[in-house]
Ligand binder design. Sequence first.
Ligand SMILES: C[S@@+](CC[C@H](N)C(=O)[O-])C[C@H]1O[C@@H](n2cnc3c(N)ncnc32)[C@H](O)[C@@H]1O
Length: 234
Amino acid sequence: MADEQVEQILVLVAERRGIDFRDYRRETLQRRARSRARAAGCRDLAAYRRMLDEDRDELDRLVETLVVPVTGFFRDAWAFRELADRVLPHLAARHPLLRAWVTGAASGEEAYTLAMLLAEASARQAGGGFEVIASDIDRPSLEIARAGVYPRQSVEGVPADLRVRYLRTDGSHVRVADWAHRRMRLAAMGTSMNRVSRTSPGASSNASHFSAVGTGGSGIHSHSPVRSCVWKRR
Ligand SMILES: C[S@@+](CC[C@H](N)C(=O)[O-])C[C@H]1O[C@@H](n2cnc3c(N)ncnc32)[C@H](O)[C@@H]1O
């Protein structure tokens, strides 16, 4: 019964917001929908479903609860160190253009982290270059990524040498250096973890055209086997 209500809620979200959460684990969806229903004063999910029909603001709050747009620079420091030390030098030696796709990029911190590391790796190769594509279903988060401006305290985890090369201080904020900012492409799109190998931003390419695909965050709630992070090596 609760499952049926959650399905109906997902159909409504897909119709009204164009976001498909059907990949997500049902327990996660149910827990979050129930928590929103309680906060909105509804007796059960059926009453909450009726409320969502009328109340656009509540639909926005539900989507916000489901997407969890939390991120940070070098959030998983160990993974980025491994990538910088063991993976990217090998890829850069074989591919003049390093391309990476971050599928649930939120406000862009992970994508810019990756951009710094790709820039470092490609700079060591004659004629090397890089490009990062950042996609997300959450447009307000992508707008922050597009601006590339962040509070100073948010870059404390960025190694000092990279901070000097890639970030410009601007009062209480930092701005991603123009040349690195220009290498970032942004796309508002949802990604199904079951189909990540077949679809990607850019009509003619799929995930196999990228050196690296980071699914951190957009994959964690999925019930697909691809959950946290895929670094594709070619
Ligand atoms: C927890 S944040 C993680 C951000 C970043 N990848 C990181 O690891 O720091 C999860 C992001 O994934 C996005 N997301 C969730 N499901 C998605 C989907 N199916 N397609 C695209 N983006 C999705 C959310 O909007 C949110 O911005």
